[in-house]
Design a protein around this ligand. Structure first.
Ligand SMILES: *Cc1c(COP(=O)(O)O)cnc(C)c1O
Length: 382
């Protein structure tokens, strides 16, 4: 993905001028930096960015410019990427399963913090020379609902095992922290509160004073027109629960938002390749491209249709089936999507709130997936 040179005011201006036949991701640096400031001003602790949500250099550069100094990384290539753009950034390597070669990278690249969720992974860190005195965060899980899907199935120790592991972290000379992830697109502030109280119980059971508590990502983005997530209410719930659980002995807090940091800063334009006589629509992007998450998360309704001249279509909403461009019949947007009745071949669907888990998980299946990235001043999101 490359950063295209022309600088346009809006996606409509760009589409009218360039008539792109491949999907375009429009990035608004203004929106991205405003979101970064919302976290930096509102979250009661250190804000790190989860690189996996969108590792585009333009995204990382704008976050660094806005004042983000810490990054949640999960692999050697994410580590290398952040190190080139921000050589002194604090790297939190929070993929709890690492090969020994990956541990060596963490050591060589001066990673500040590593998470673990079992004794075997802690032993690997120590044997690989991860320096004593660095932070090791024990990841724990609870059966808490609230996220769009559950991360606990893959990672995290039970509270009992987490307490044993935390005590071992201290015995081995590492700085003790706990971490959790409430599940992505978590809209319930109380989910964080439940985890924070259990973190206190785990630290108590281990006889350990926690230095830091990483409350994960999971902060929600606006996926539907009618639902505006209240990030500040979540920040407040986290601050309140930390005070209530730990009192004067509270650990420093860290968060690692991915989705909520970057989603709103990007709109995706996909083009109508054809409309069949039965009204079904073929697009130039689908579930193997930037729309990969839609079958898992449910299709967003934050859509606008622009004609090739960049002007919005105004026709009455009509339900359509939407197909992606590959020859695979699974490549379909779930359900039916309401689009203007005057929709025509060559039009663009502008999908808002598409910055997270879009470009990051695009495949080149069937030769598609070549996306453009364009920078615009204003997205004019619906
Ligand atoms: C994916 C991930 C995040 C970011 O999650 P979002 O739901 O995008 O905020 C944060 N931390 C860890 C450990 C992750 O795996």
């Amino acid at each position: 993905m490359t950063l295209s040179r022309p600088f346009h005011q809006t996606p409509g201006d760009y589409l009218a001028a360039e008539a792109p036949d491949e999907p375009v991701l429009f990035l608004s640096p203004e929106v991205l930096q405003a979101t970064a400031h919302r976290f930096l001003d509102g979250f009661p602790g250190l804000v790190t960015y989860a690189v996996k949500a969108n590792p585009a250099e333009a995204v990382l550069e704008n976050l660094i410019a806005a004042g983000i100094t810490g990054f949640d990384v999960a692999s050697p290539s994410e580590i290398a990427l952040v190190r080139t753009l921000a050589p002194r950034a604090a790297l939190h390597y929070n993929n709890p399963v690492r090969s020994r070669a990956e541990v060596a990278t963490a050591v060589g690249q001066d990673v500040a913090s590593c998470s673990v969720d079992c004794a075997g992974e802690l032993a690997k860190l120590a044997e690989g020379g991860f320096p004593r005195g660095r932070e090791v965060a024990v990841r724990f899980k609870l059966p808490v609902a609230g996220g769009a899907y559950d991360f606990g199935e893959k990672f995290g120790a039970s509270p009992k095992d987490a307490a044993d592991l935390l005590a071992q972290v201290v015995r081995m000379g590492y700085r003790p922290a706990l971490t959790f992830h409430p599940g992505t697109q978590c809209t319930d502030p109380e989910a964080w509160a439940v985890y924070i109280h259990r973190a206190r119980d785990i630290a108590w059971a281990a006889g350990v004073t926690l230095e830091r508590l990483n409350v994960g990502g999971g902060f929600p983005a606006r996926r539907m027109r009618g639902a505006t997530p209240q990030l500040e209410a979540i920040f407040e719930a986290i601050a309140r629960a930390t005070r209530a659980a730990f009192g004067g002995d509270a650990p420093a807090l860290v968060c690692e938002p991915g989705r909520a940091m970057v989603a709103e800063a990007v709109s995706l334009a996909v083009r109508v390749k054809a409309i069949r006589p039965d009204g079904s629509v073929f697009l130039n992007d689908g579930i193997y491209g930037a729309l990969a998450e839609q079958p898992v998360m449910g299709m967003t309704d934050r859509l606008r249709v622009l004609g090739p001249d960049g002007a919005p279509r105004q026709g009455a909403a009509t339900a359509r089936r939407l197909w992606g461009p590959t020859c695979d019949s699974l490549d379909r947007i779930p359900g039916e999507v309401a689009l203007p009745a005057d929709l025509a071949e060559g039009d663009y669907l502008l999908v808002d709130g598409m910055g997270a888990y879009s470009t990051a998980i695009v495949t080149r299946f069937n030769g598609y997936g070549g996306l453009r990235l364009a920078t615009v001043r204003v997205l004019g999101a619906a």
